[in-house]
Design a protein. Sequence first.
Length: 307
Amino acid sequence: MLTASDGRRELAVLGSPIAHSKSPVLHATAYEALGLPWSYDRAEVVPDTLRDYVESRPADWRGLSLTMPLKQSVLPLVASLDESARLTGAANTILFDTDAGGGRLLRGFNTDVPGIVRALAAAGTPSARQVLVWGGGATAASAVMAAAELGAEQITVQVRTPSRAQSLIELGRSVGLRVQITRFGEGPATRPDLVISTLPGSAGSDGAAGSVVRGEEVARAAADGVLLLDVAYDPWPTDIVKAWSLSGKAGNGHANVLSGLAMLVHQALLQVRIFVTGDPEIPLPREASVLAAMLTAVGLDASGRPL
């Protein structure tokens, strides 16, 4: 395990756009709580500039967090992947490690999958049988794997173009799940007990928010208080959440919604584990207090909801 005596380490979150990212405040809070003099910044990086950025990092760099559109582009640069990254074909965390000869070795991880599971458990949803996922990109693949860990029996994935999401069917098979791909507006065969939106926060600008939420089955789920995890968090509320809340009012007046900020905190804690210990399975010293500080830093309570 690394300690403060190892000196400063540099880290950053990469993506485009990246100015809105809450990762710097989360990581800075964690390293301060751990007494580590580490620096964590953000950088605007696109797939065409990713390799140059990664290969130009000096020796004091410890790792990188990756957001869209880099989670898949980074795969050719890494020497190894954890199981979640390998199965989903997406890595959101890169650890700068060393090989037997002392050279730099890049290891890739996907903390989105356990981040979703941990955030849902904290919000009171440790399991789900029927899961509906909106969107078919890299985060949707993480949502499919997370649903498997939640004990799901079936997943419906709704997208604009089903032919572009066929890889999720094979991913589902690899983790023992049946995945059905449908278009937005086509309701799932069975009412879900959990909905995960992986669409951008502005997805409603072209009518997507209305089309996915107006379906009879989905509107009933909203009215019944089924939990919606929207992985987006800026701007908030998203168009999806606004539409979901309107549907919820038609039932019991309650919209059960969890912001992607909760997922971000829990996956960031696992990134901190990786950067500090080299292993996402090894807890941090005083981890409960570190997590509490991270949640507070972005205005969330222990359940992941606003303070």
